[in-house]
Ligand binder design. Structure first.
Ligand code: FAD
Length: 333
């Protein structure tokens, strides 16, 4: 078998190879491939994957698309979305149809089938806020399986698909519950959204206004993978105890934190990495983005191994400086 290049299947743009690449054009294709391919690697848009070496495995790329309205009530519209649908195209579809719930998740790269993997989130909203259920297919048997919201064990950038069901199922479609415009409350918890709306003198924002503002903010903050190959936030924001935060504050007076509950807070990993001196730093063609230290950029590394090694240097340094272990958000193969 001739090895196939993964270059166009990962936004880090590393050119490793795999045994073979198959594409799904329908849900039936997915079942057939799930039955016949042993231990496949599933790829959507490749925007949250790091290949560290050539892989002796077969890859299935999820391409089947489609958005279908399955139920409407006075308040809600339920939609079933095929896994290969581009996420941002879904957001634009919702806006066109005057449906609220996912506008804060505008411009997140990738496909809808990957969205439950890490319960995608941004600007105060997570997938789980609109998620109803999904249908997946078991690898090995091709058996279909419906998982409801509570089965998916969604957490901060977490789900059962990164734990117990890792490499065991392929997500075929997801069902979301969007809210009709007149019943929808816009989420403006993030101050920067309100600041931007004020700048634009928008007094009564619409669903589209929120999406436009978020697109604007994201474009100004995050590097475009086409120009700076990256996979978004490389690490999750760590959750630490309030006791730990208090002790850190004696050295780092201005450390930002967000309350999780009485005993714990979330600390921005980007701040920790930045203050440890890593912002814009480059080693062997790999660096952190000059405007956001949480994003690792592949400037010229040929192997994903170099990206992984660079990320480990950051993890070690953060552990040494603050006593905090930061975990990877990106999926490594
Ligand atoms: C510039 C940039 C900004 C980003 N911003 C955000 C953000 O704000 N919030 C956020 O949450 N994420 C963000 N991300 C990360 C990424 O966009 C999301 O995680 C997205 O959901 C990944 O989709 P994908 O199709 O590219 O998944 P891939 O990278 O192809 O896959 C990711 C993981 O999901 C698995 N997978 C993919 N599809 C399926 C399927 N159908 N069934 C089973 N497993 C599957 C893969 O095997 C892999 O483990 C960002 C990434 C970039 C590059």
């Amino acid at each position: 078998m001739v090895p196939r290049s993964l270059l166009n299947l990962n936004t880090f743009r590393v050119d490793h190879s795999c045994r073979s690449i198959s594409y799904t054009n329908s849900s039936n294709d997915l079942v057939d491939l799930a039955k016949t391919i042993n231990k496949p690697i599933i790829v959507g848009g490749g925007s949250n994957i790091l290949f560290v070496d050539d892989v002796d495995r077969d890859v299935i790329v999820i391409n089947h698309e489609g958005i279908e309205v399955i139920k409407t009530t006075n308040k809600y519209v339920y939609i079933r979305v095929q896994a290969g649908t581009n996420w941002h195209q879904l957001v634009l579809w919702a806006i066109e149809n005057d449906l609220g719930g996912i506008e804060n998740l505008s411009l997140i790269p990738g496909k809808c089938g990957a969205a439950p993997m890490q319960n995608i989130g941004a600007y105060g909203v997570e997938l789980k806020n609109v998620f109803v259920e999904l249908e997946c297919v078991k690898i090995g048997t091709g058996e279909r399986w419906v998982l409801h919201k509570e089965d998916c064990l969604f957490g901060y950038r977490e789900s059962i698909f990164k734990g117990e069901l890792k490499d065991k199922v392929i997500i075929d479609n997801i069902t979301l519950k969007l809210t009709t415009n007149s019943n929808h409350t816009l989420n403006r918890d993030y101050g920067i959204i309100n600041d931007k709306l004020d700048d634009l003198k928008v007094k009564k924002p619409t669903i589209k206004d929120i999406s436009d503002v978020i697109i604007d903010i994201r474009k100004s903050k995050l590097p475009d993978p086409k120009e700076y190959p990256n996979a978004g936030s490389f690490f999750k924001n760590p959750i630490i105890s309030t006791v730990k935060l208090k002790s850190l504050k004696s050295t780092y007076k201005y450390i930002p934190s967000y309350v999780i509950d009485n005993d714990s807070v979330k600390v921005p990993a980007g701040w920790l990495i930045d203050k440890a001196g890593w912002k814009g730093k480059q080693i062997n063609g790999v660096g952190t983005y000059k405007h956001q230290a949480l994003v690792i950029v592949n400037h010229s590394a040929r192997s994903g191994k170099e990206i992984l090694e660079f990320s480990k240097l950051i993890q070690d340094d953060v552990l040494e400086k603050y006593g905090i272990k930061i975990e990877r958000e990106v999926n490594v193969y």
